[in-house]
Design a binder for this molecule. Structure first.
Ligand SMILES: [Zn+2]
Length: 193
């Protein structure tokens, strides 16, 4: 009886019986509401970010990972509010999803933005490394960019700002408006986190 009780308690503490997630991650779905972000030919960055984030969340349901989204519909969330949500989430890490728009129409590719002032810089760089690997089959080339971003500085957990594409590139705009491609990227993101 004692052994059984011990096993039961161990399982409960591991969260296996309660069905608790093994890992919780936070997705900062960029822009929203009055803030559309980049806009090209009727495509808004805010919609692409949400479409991708919802797919990551959907795929995560099949694993024991929990994905918290800063917004799951089209509404405005201030940067301060985003930082507060990240820090209150008790998530292990966060990723901020963005799409770029440049003046040229050449492809923008994939870039990972981090800040030297991040509180969890080493872990954030490990996260970037892992995402680089998991996304490499879809995007063989990516770059790391150091910058100064409010969210990266305010967040107390490891995180990265990922920017996909240059929506001004017809090639990339076409790629990203495909639901199938979005599912593929969502799966690769999930693998990397
Ligand atoms: Zn953006």
């Amino acid at each position: 009886m004692r052994i059984k009780a011990f096993i039961l308690l161990s399982l409960m503490s591991l969260g296996l019986l309660a069905g608790e997630p093994s890992k919780t991650i936070f997705i900062d779905v960029a822009h929203g509401g009055k803030d559309s972000g980049a806009q090209i030919e009727g495509v808004s960055e805010k919609d692409l970010c949400l479409a991708l984030a919802l797919k990551v969340q959907e795929l995560a349901k099949k694993s024991s990972m929990e994905v918290i989204l800063v917004r799951s519909d089209d509404r405005f969330v201030s940067l301060q509010e985003r930082a507060q949500q990240i820090n209150a989430s008790e998530a292990e890490l966060f990723i901020s999803l963005h799409f770029g728009v440049k003046s040229s129409d050449s492809p923008g590719g994939l870039s990972f933005h981090y800040s030297e002032e991040q509180s969890e810089l080493d872990q954030s760089l490990s996260l970037i490394q892992s995402l680089e690997k998991s996304l490499a089959t879809l995007f063989p080339e990516s770059q790391r960019v150091a910058g100064s971003f409010f969210l990266l500085k305010e967040a107390q957990i490891p995180g990265v700002l990922v920017e996909f594409a240059n929506l001004n590139s017809p090639e990339e705009l076409q790629y990203w408006t495909s639901e199938e491609n979005q599912w593929q990227v969502a799966a690769a993101i999930l693998e990397g986190i």
